[in-house]
Design a protein around this ligand. Structure first.
Ligand code: ADP
Ligand code: MG
Length: 336
């Protein structure tokens, strides 16, 4: 008998999409992108996204501070709004907490949530509170808005587009490794752990990029680019070549990979939770957009590959030599 681990997270979502994703009203986008899109007028649409963090699956209570959990539960949702070029506006917070959580923990959780909400003027408008038997579960829903002309989808990649990311890859996964293996702390390990607990949703970058018609497809990097690129490939009916030597890796991650003997490129490709943006850009506009991005944000748009035809699939190349990737991105239910 097959079960969810055979179907996989993406297999289950695909089945839901087959059942519920057809005959939607004009302009409505349902299952399959970073947010649902609900048109409000000819000029703008609402974006809605929801994400859940579960104790012992997404975090360990003994390791994460309540403040960071509050922050991160909102950050992952803001990242999905950013991924479609939207401005986050309203949040709903649903929790299941065991009765023995102390009030100081609850207060700190709220402080972390509020820190990020205040930064982006996101208003918490409601939610739900329930008692759980043991574990902490936090589910946040965020509503944002986007001008229809600026909406960016996973399905808009075009043949020949340059593929970019907006930040280093793999730091968050390296931070998670440091947490799980209780590695000795120094300022560099602390930096990586901070990247894991306090991801910066690329809201300003997403809004800015969305205004450029040369930006075609966009999404956020939540599962690792090996997995996330496949979402763009499925939605845009294309293939992808990744130039492995161009993947942006922080010097801190490079150093940790030498100290602890792992492959930094594999970490960068398959590690999840970077929450930067992954986008495709009309190749003739790339250099100019890169220069403007650099001027605006003080860092580059990192060019990591090219959109190809579907039959090429997902290909990794290292200075011209084709590589085989064995490890897959994080898929919650797949047997490893
Ligand atoms: P992300 O990593 O960007 O948050 P997910 O991989 O969690 O996206 O989800 C992919 C898509 O599948 C999204 O459009 C999401 O709304 C949809 N989805 C995931 N789980 C469900 C579910 N249980 N019911 C309906 N839609 C779902
Ligand atoms: Mg996403």
């Amino acid at each position: 008998m097959t079960d969810l681990s055979d179907l996989g997270e993406f297999g289950f979502i695909k089945k839901l999409k087959e059942k519920f994703g057809t005959n939607l009203p004009e302009g409505v986008e349902g299952i399959g992108d970073d947010c649902a899109v609900i048109p409000q007028s000819d000029s703008y649409s609402l974006l809605v996204t929801t994400d859940m963090l579960i104790e012992n699956i997404h975090f360990l209570r003994k390791d994460i501070s309540p403040k960071n959990l509050g922050y991160k539960s909102l950050a992952v949702n803001l990242s999905d709004i950013a991924a479609m070029g939207g401005l986050p506006e309203y949040a709903f917070l649903s929790v299941a907490f065991p009765a023995n959580l102390n009030t100081a923990w609850l207060e700190e959780f709220a402080v972390g949530f509020q820190e990020l909400a205040n930064k982006y003027n996101v208003l918490l408008l409601g939610g739900d509170t329930n008692k759980s038997s043991n574990d902490i579960v936090v589910s946040v829903t965020v509503i944002g808005r986007v001008k229809n002309e600026f909406l960016k989808k996973r399905s808009a990649a075009q043949l020949g587009d340059v593929i970019c990311v907006t930040d280093f890859l793999g730091d968050s996964a390296a931070g998670l490794q440091a947490i799980l293996e209780s590695l000795p702390r120094d300022s560099e390990i602390d930096y990586l752990i901070d990247r894991h607990y306090k991801p910066k949703p690329a809201v300003e970058e997403g809004l800015w990029l969305s205004e450029h018609p040369s930006v075609h497809a966009m999404m956020d990097v939540s599962d690792g680019i090996d997995s996330d690129l496949k979402r763009i490939m499925e939605n845009s009916d294309c293939g992808v070549i990744v130039q492995v030597e161009n993947i942006p890796i922080s010097s801190t991650l490079e150093k940790m990979s030498r100290d602890y003997n792992f492959n930094s490129v594999v970490k960068a490709i398959t590690g999840g939770e970077d929450y930067c943006l992954l986008l495709t850009i009309e190749s003739s506009s790339f250099e100019q957009l890169k220069a403007q991005f650099q001027e605006k944000f003080g860092r580059p748009l990192y060019r990591i590959g090219t959109v190809t035809t579907k039959d090429n699939g997902l290909v990794y190349r290292d200075k011209g030599t084709a590589l085989k990737m064995n490890a897959n991105g994080y898929d919650h239910f797949k047997k490893r």
